[in-house]
Design a protein around this ligand. Structure first.
Ligand code: ADP
Ligand code: MG
Length: 294
């Protein structure tokens, strides 16, 4: 391995907006067979929006939104931003609620108390954990999930009060970029904390081969380790703080520029153009560089 050609390879990658940290990164990038993508903010734009609000009978929409937004003000999850934003946009009067006993429930949602009422906001697993009957909303949840939206459920004093559908579109060039990677022979995997049905729908639209969903934040690195134990050589592509351990575990960690600083500091490769085409470019440049050295 001549240092000169490595330097040339790193320079060539930079022309594509791909920052390669060192020779090791370039070398490891030539031997991969599996590419694992975070969903939110990596395959998708990472700016989810509320696309439907459905209050249960006897519960009004503005009350549901103001309760949900009041709780989500304490969270910095992308879903929380979507709900707070929607409450801000609505013409309905959204009352500012005082939240007590606020908790973030990792991988599940948020909880708190408003006017003595126990409020839960999150996914089906959260309802299940609190033994709340999701029967009446099961069809709606299934329908929204199959359409690629993430259902967020509001429960008040142990009963479902409203449902929100939140959608986070794919980046406009994700499909084309993943097509290139498929053509190069890689197996493409999605790794997400979102529910399996929503994840499957988004994966299908993107052209992903395999989905690992419902993963708790701490489970992402473990999922990479499992793939490695099965004999795969893996790149992880992510943007979030909770992707950092998985980026470190993978043979090659690739961070989306514009993502969290922790992800960028952990990754060996950073994509400055916020596009997954950068992954295909990075892998192609690596291979060309190593080939030239033989
Ligand atoms: P991801 O970043 O892939 O969405 P997370 O572990 O952060 O993974 O979240 C997993 C799931 O937990 C989300 O898809 C959502 O259903 C639920 N969740 C987490 N945080 C919140 C929140 N603040 N509000 C509503 N739901 C949430
Ligand atoms: Mg993300």
């Amino acid at each position: 391995a001549t240092p000169m050609s490595i330097i040339a390879g790193i320079g060539r990658a930079a022309e594509f907006g791909v920052l390669v940290r060192d020779a090791d990164a370039l070398q490891h990038a030539t031997s991969l067979d599996t590419l694992v993508f975070d969903k939110t903010g990596t395959l998708t734009e990472g700016r989810p929006r509320v696309v439907a609000v459905e209050p249960m009978a006897g519960f009004d929409e503005s009350r549901a939104l103001s309760l949900a937004a009041a709780l989500e003000q304490g969270s910095n999850h992308p879903l929380a931003h979507a709900i707070v934003q929607r409450a801000g946009e609505t013409a309905l009067p959204v009352v500012r609620e005082v939240v007590r006993e606020f908790h973030t429930l990792r991988g599940l949602g948020v909880s708190g108390e408003v006017d003595g009422a126990r409020i839960l906001l999150g996914n089906s697993a959260l309802l299940k954990q609190h033994h709340i009957n999701a029967g009446p909303i099961a069809d709606r949840i299934k329908q929204w999930s199959e359409q690629g939206a993430t259902p967020v459920i509001l429960a008040v004093d142990g009963e479902v009060a409203a449902l929100f559908a939140v959608r986070d579109p794919l980046r406009s060039d994700s499909v084309a970029a993943l097509n290139r990677l498929h053509a190069q022979g890689y197996t493409l995997v999605m790794l997400t904390g979102d529910n399996p049905a929503t994840a499957q729908s988004v994966a299908k639209e993107a052209g992903i081969d395999r989905v690992i969903a419902g993963v708790l934040p701490d489970g992402k690195a473990e999922a990479i380790r499992t793939l490695q134990q099965q004999g795969h050589r893996v790149a992880m592509i992510g943007d979030g703080i909770n992707d950092a351990p998985a980026l470190a575990q993978a043979e090659v960690g690739i961070a989306m520029g514009g993502g969290s600083d922790v992800a960028i500091e952990t990754a060996a490769i950073t994509l400055m153009r916020h596009s997954l085409h950068g992954v295909a470019d990075a892998l192609a440049v690596s291979k060309a560089t190593l080939r030239n050295m033989k």
